[in-house]
Design a protein around this ligand. Sequence first.
Ligand SMILES: [Zn+2]
Ligand SMILES: [Zn+2]
Length: 389
Amino acid sequence: MPVRNRLAEMHPEITAWRHDLHENPELMYDLPRTSRIVADRLTEFGCDEVVPGIGISGVVGVIHGRARESGKVIGFRADMDALPILEATGLDYASKTAGKMHACGHDGHTAILLGAAKYLAETRNFDGTVVLAFQPAEEGGAGGKAMVDDGLMDRWGVQEIYGLHNMPGFPVGQFAIREGALLASADEFTVTVTGKGGHAAMPHEAVDTALAASHIVVALQSVVSRNIDPLANVVVTVGSFHTDSVASNIIAHEVVLKGTVRTLDPAMRQLAHERIMALIPATAQAYGASAEIGYDWGYPVTVNHPEQTAFAADCADEVSGNCIRDVKPVMPAEDFSFMLEARPGAYIFLGNGDTAMCHHPAYNFDDNAIPAGCSWFVTLAERRMPLSG
Ligand SMILES: [Zn+2]
Ligand SMILES: [Zn+2]
């Protein structure tokens, strides 16, 4: 069965919500307008519970089915935040705030989940409860984790969680998913290497921090090449190397290195951390310097659970007729990973057509993907929690 008639009917209305969100982007946790609109809509649809302020500025909506015998509770998630980008789409509903833009399609995700909520609150053709999670700060602020920490799963008894993200490069409305790792983990480290500054012509009087830091950069290359399983996917990159010497005749006293670690495997993520923490001080010491490491654990690997992935793909197939089930993983990270660490679930890509990539100033969400997205959520609810008889 393709898109439901009622959802096709609602398409212009949902598109108008999306354009309004697009015109009024808000960043990180600072979403007063967006979260108010979401909460107002959910209330207007007749949700059984609407609770703002979960995970600082997240909004939770609860819809009970016609029956609740099954005891099942399914969570659906959408992200609400925009990006600090100057929009260059030329759209008539382009951002009204210079330097803020919905360049990742979260306006589309929010509109889609609102559309599904309206339909589900109207029809309630399921036996159980749907919990809607509209989260803040997906773009680097770990809003998904904030909602989990604030009781999203426990307070409402969520048993499974599902989410979607638009994906440029796939035909509009095409779904794509894979079991296991779909998006990477992203961690960062900052290393302060300290030696002893001095005259470049008298190196024997100094401890050359630039030399020690250079050997650290080289040593870090052995993590991927010598410690990580060659069949695993790991990146260790030192992206910034900054000495406190500004002249050719001064030996640096301090060097600050900044790097990132990306993996598709939680075990390799731990191993990379272990090796980085061991190599850096030992290498610094070998050159008479010392090193302090700040390790910032970012978003975990987004790992799709097998049973929920197969089910999500079946529902996508029902909507679109051709769901790709073994799409290649991608190396960006996603804080839905925290929700998948808390509960089994699945995250799916929804094709956005031949547009600019997410985070590009010319990117735009394709409104034609809305009915497929709404239908997927609705199908998940009705198939996972069918009414008996
Ligand atoms: Zn993004
Ligand atoms: Zn995004």
